[in-house]
Design a protein around this ligand. Structure first.
Ligand SMILES: [Zn+2]
Length: 272
């Protein structure tokens, strides 16, 4: 019994660092990391002129936004590498590149409250999308061809009771909007014997103001030469949602009630 418990601890320790699976020509892996520090950790290295930076300095250098989410997991990365050299990956740095430097008018009412709660934020630095909304759909290598398609993800196939060979849910970033709601980007993967399926979800709730979701789904059937990518953007003002506020807390509860703003499906063709 003792030995079994030891093994469980060990396997848990292992899966919190990284894990991978081979699926035909795909090598699927993820890494789990600790949180992005809020200051430079290696000034001596980062101030040298040799392009070596700590994670914090790399984020400062690469991103235009003056603040990062409260929690960024810089090395939480899901990666799917095909033997052809094609790679699909999901990472927080590329996701945050999509955050705008300007604030949309709709969020201003709450933005003022938020800014009052953060008196340390300099005035000139306030003008950015503090909801960290991003339309990130994953990062693709150049040898993947993206085409429009009418083909749909086969949800019936996903409903079948198949063995789950591999599963993980990774948070890429999260911010509680200074107790005014939540902004979170996460990605989860499920690998079954016949296919793999990914759901990356950006979820925003500005309490009593707005709820928004940007969902990217990827679906690949074993032995096919492409991946389907479905992107759905949904949004509603809180006052237009005919559900109690308590049902807006969890993404899974509220997203089904949100009206669709845009939806499109593409084929990601893997060149052999
Ligand atoms: Zn640094």
């Amino acid at each position: 019994m003792l030995q079994l418990e030891d093994n469980e601890v060990d396997s848990r320790r292992y899966t919190t660092n990284s894990n991978s699976i081979q699926f035909g020509p795909w090598h699927i892996s993820y890494d789990v990391s600790c949180i992005l520090p809020s200051v430079c950790s290696t000034k001596v290295v980062c101030e040298r002129d040799d392009d070596q930076f700590c994670q914090f300095c790399l984020y400062c250098k690469e991103l235009q936004i003056p603040h990062f989410p409260d929690m960024v997991f810089p090395k939480n990365i899901l990666r799917l590498s095909h033997t052809s050299g094609a790679v699909i990956n999901f990472n927080p740095l590329d996701a945050l590149r999509g955050v705008a430097n300007t604030v949309e008018a709709i969020e201003v009412a709450c933005a003022e409250a938020w800014q009052e709660a953060r008196p340390d934020a300099e005035k000139k630095k306030r003008n950015f999308d503090w909801t960290f909304s991003t339309e990130y759909k994953g990062t693709l290598t150049e040898n993947i061809v993206v085409e429009a398609t009418n083909e749909e993800i086969d949800y019936n196939m996903l409903k079948q009771k198949e063995q789950i060979l591999f599963y993980h849910d990774l948070t890429l970033f999260e911010d509680e909007l200074h107790d005014h709601g939540i902004s979170k980007l996460s990605v989860k993967i499920r690998v079954m014997p016949s296919c793999w399926y990914i759901l990356m979800r950006y979820f925003l709730r500005v309490d009593d103001v707005l709820v928004r979701s940007h969902e990217t789904r990827m679906f690949h059937v074993r032995d096919s030469s492409y991946v389907l990518r479905e992107y759905t953007a949904k949004e509603s003002l809180a006052k237009d949602l005919n559900i109690p506020t308590t049902h807006m807390k969890e993404a899974d509860d509220v997203i089904p009630h949100l009206p669709v703003k845009s939806k499109n499906t593409e084929k990601l063709i893997i060149n052999f």
